[in-house]
Design a protein around this ligand. Structure first.
Ligand code: 2BA
Length: 108
């Protein structure tokens, strides 16, 4: 069994979760925050048998889009002065995926 840890943009998470559950996959969602943009994203935990991994990837690919996002204009306060950084555009991926081997899966 594999555990797919998948970080997606909030905008894509609802349709993705619906598609996964309608396809009989079990999903846990966690509200998360990206370290760089400091804005919300969604982390999904999906436990699947190895033969189903490709099907899950297809569903993720179908529902998650890459978008260009500007970094926020958050002022940086240095004692005595305030510095407003220039925004930069970054491409946020449709999904960032980590695959972990699962030693045991127990349901009681
Ligand atoms: P954030 O950390 O908010 O990053 C959003 C996007 O900003 C990233 O998109 C990337 O295009 C850019 N970015 C991130 N760190 C950067 C840096 N040090 N310098 C320049 N640009 C940078 P993605 O790579 O698609 O990542 C989307 C979200 O997935 C990330 O949100 C983070 O929450 C997660 N993520 C990505 N790679 C990760 C990793 N290796 N470990 C843990 N979480 C990761």
């Amino acid at each position: 069994m594999k555990l797919i840890v998948c970080i997606v943009q909030d905008q894509d998470s609802h349709v993705l979760i619906d598609d996964l559950t309608e396809s009989n996959f079990r999903v846990t969602t966690l509200a998360s925050t990206g370290g760089f943009l400091k804005s919300g994203n969604t982390t999904l935990l999906i436990g699947v048998e190895e033969e189903d991994v490709d099907r899950v990837f297809e569903i993720i690919e179908k529902n998650c889009k890459t978008r260009e996002v500007s970094t926020p204009l958050i002022p940086v306060n240095i004692p005595g002065e305030t510095y407003i950084p220039q925004p930069i555009d970054v491409k946020v991926g449709g999904a960032t995926i980590f695959m972990l081997d699962v030693e045991d899966h127990i349901r009681m």
